[in-house]
Design a protein around this ligand. Structure first.
Ligand SMILES: Cc1cc2nc3c(=O)[nH]c(=O)nc-3n(C[C@H](O)[C@H](O)[C@H](O)COP(=O)(O)OP(=O)(O)OC[C@H]3O[C@@H](n4cnc5c(N)ncnc54)[C@H](O)[C@@H]3O)c2cc1C
Length: 391
């Protein structure tokens, strides 16, 4: 690792790595560091991707590698949502073809390998801790690399640290949080045959999701709010999670028919926060935020990985311009696109959560619908759900 890079990308998720690749496509000779806090090869959540994923993959030159990597086509979804009959949503007539069920380990390894082949230095166990602004010279970043503090200087910083937006928040940039939910997710062995459709089911306390994975596992996830999480914990998280799954009308029986044992292993399902949130400013002098660091979505949208790549492609071009590449200006500034896409997402989410009216007294759905109504453009901010997060 050097002490100075032309660009430093904090966070080695899909957004950070797509930014690095896009940047290197335009500026092959510059020195780029990706500093990732986690370890290499860990299992990440986020396996359902829309057919359009092929577009940014094509822009990054990764289509052939992606197609050879054994990700599974996903024909659509089967859901119990807003009614007692199973609804189907499929991609039969989508010109881009089916959606995708990703093998995240292979997908992430593909992005890391492509970045390294392009000459990017990717360092794991390297967490951003602090920043010093050096007027006219850029930023000095303090990184914790495998327990040792290292200082790295650069003129271009990319915050790709996910919804926590560690760098932007260290600069004091606020984040608008429109809703926070919690997922309790488990990866379970899949001994039998299960559809490749995404399974979705609303329940009074939230919703369940199950998706077959390419490596003979299934990911099963319950999504609820803080009150639902508290109730679950009061009754013992693991037994309540299993009871909740057994009580579902669609997902539990489908998993049982495929021989999935929700009691396999004693480990509690992993708890993962889910934010619908937008950074107040997604760029500034010598820095920009990309992917979930800029705007994070509820996984009901299944857009997070796709959005990370699309945003990374655009962010890479912006950084390349900052590094002197002679690229034409973008038709619309990326900041405007991030804000517009977030507004669209809020409308779609409001529509989806508004469809579920079977439990008018259920606090989870009442609260989602109230917040969704307030997130609509032009809604009054009285009693607004929005929480502003600063460091
Ligand atoms: C429960 C759940 C289920 C989801 N399911 C789906 C799905 O099925 N499909 C889908 O498309 N999306 C899904 N998403 C969303 C998707 O995971 C994200 O939108 C996507 O990962 C965003 O990519 P990113 O690179 O912006 O952020 P991330 O993937 O979060 O990557 C950020 C990276 O930054 C690193 N980092 C954090 N802090 C630091 C630091 N201080 N220094 C250095 N590195 C740091 C982290 O270790 C991480 O690797 C889901 C999200 C959740 C929470």
């Amino acid at each position: 690792m050097r002490t100075r890079y032309d660009a430093v990308i904090l966070g080695g998720g899909p957004a950070g790595l797509a930014t690095a690749l896009s940047l290197k496509n335009h500026c092959p000779d510059i020195a780029v560091l990706v500093a990732e806090a986690g370890v290499a090869g860990r299992q990440r959540i986020g396996e359902s991707a829309p057919p359009d994923l092929l577009l940014p993959l094509g822009q990054l030159g990764l289509t052939a590698r992606f197609r050879a990597d054994g990700h599974a086509p996903c024909p659509g979804s089967a859901s119990l949502w807003g009614g007692d009959r199973v609804g189907h949503n499929d991609f039969l007539y989508n010109p881009m073809g089916p959606a995708w069920r990703l093998d995240r380990r292979r997908f992430d390894a593909m992005l890391v390998a492509a970045a390294e082949t392009a000459g990017v230095t990717v360092v794991f166990d390297a967490a951003f801790r602090r920043v010093e602004v050096m007027p006219d010279l850029g930023h000095r970043l303090m990184l914790d690399v495998a327990g040792t503090t290292r200082a790295v200087e650069t003129r271009q910083v990319v915050d790709a640290t996910g919804p926590e937006a560690r760098f932007a928040r260290a600069l004091g940039v606020e984040r608008r949080v429109d809703d926070t939910l919690y997922a309790l997710a488990a990866f379970l062995p899949l001994p039998g045959i299960l559809t490749w459709q995404t399974l979705l089911e609303a329940t009074p306390d939230g919703w369940w999701y199950a998706a077959r994975l390419p490596d003979e596992q299934v990911v099963v996830m319950m999504v609820t709010d803080q009150a639902g999480l508290r109730r679950l914990r009061d009754d013992g998280t693991l037994p309540s999670w299993r009871r909740g799954l057994a009580a579902t009308a669609l997902i539990g029986p489908r998993l049982a028919a495929a021989g999935v044992d929700p009691g396999a292993g004693d480990a509690e399902p992993a708890l993962l926060p889910i934010q619908s949130s937008l950074l107040a400013r997604v760029d500034g002098p010598g820095w920009l935020a990309v992917g979930d660091a800029a705007a994070s979505y509820d996984p009901v949208a299944a857009q997070g990985v796709y959005k990370a790549l699309v945003d990374g492609v655009a962010a890479g071009r912006d950084v390349a311009r900052g590094c002197g590449a002679a690229l034409p200006p973008p038709p619309r500034p990326r900041a405007a696109l991030v804000a517009e896409r977030y507004a669209d997402y809020c409308l779609n989410r409001a529509y989806l959560y508004g469809l579920e009216t079977r439990w008018p007294d259920a606090l989870f759905w009442r609260e989602r619908q109230r917040r969704a109504a307030l997130a609509r453009p032009g809604a009054s901010s009285d009693g607004a759900p929005t929480r502003v997060m600063t460091d």
